[in-house]
Design a protein around this ligand. Structure first.
Ligand code: FES
Length: 154
């Protein structure tokens, strides 16, 4: 499930951590970078690779929104609606994105281009409202800017 290159990275990381359990996050991230999401099989694989309970891996995957529990579209739009963003229009932003793309939260557009999810704080509270598109942050974003962005990515 992990490429040879990533398996080598895991081996290089091992001496830096006291337990293999501490490698759960980086290994899951490598899996997601390779496959786009974390399947049940992937969780089992990680548990066996690191010799940790699968319940631990499941707990990590379901705790952090950065791990996709199902396949996502080419562009994964994660809209923050935590306190700062909510007070600065995060919920309107979330609803606008869903309405504009014709999807509900967690859904992917029929052309597999966009997936919209609602997430907890992404650590960019000072520039609320914000959303993350794949690995990029879009901060202090207005509804007009969202429309322009979606147009560009369509
Ligand atoms: S509340 Fe949205 S980034 Fe922190």
């Amino acid at each position: 499930m992990l490429s040879e290159e990533n398996l080598k990275k895991v081996e290089k990381l091992k001496p830096r951590f006291q337990t293999t359990q501490a490698l759960t996050l980086p290994v899951l991230w490598m899996i997601q970078q390779q496959h786009g999401w974390i399947s049940s099989e992937a969780m089992l694989y990680v548990a066996q690779l690191l010799n940790v309970p699968v319940s631990h891996v499941y707990g990590v995957v379901t705790f952090y929104t950065m791990y996709n529990q199902k396949p996502v579209g080419k562009y994964h739009l994660q809209v923050c609606t935590n306190v700062s963003c909510m007070l600065n229009g995060g919920e309107e932003l979330r609803d606008h994105v869903c309405e504009r793309l014709g999807v509900k939260l967690g859904e992917t557009t029929s052309d597999s281009r966009f997936t919209v999810t609602e997430v907890e704080c992404l650590g960019s509270c000072g520039t609320a409202p914000m959303m993350q598109v794949n690995d990029d942050y879009f901060e202090n974003i207005s509804l007009e800017q969202v429309d322009e962005l979606l147009e560009k990515l369509s």
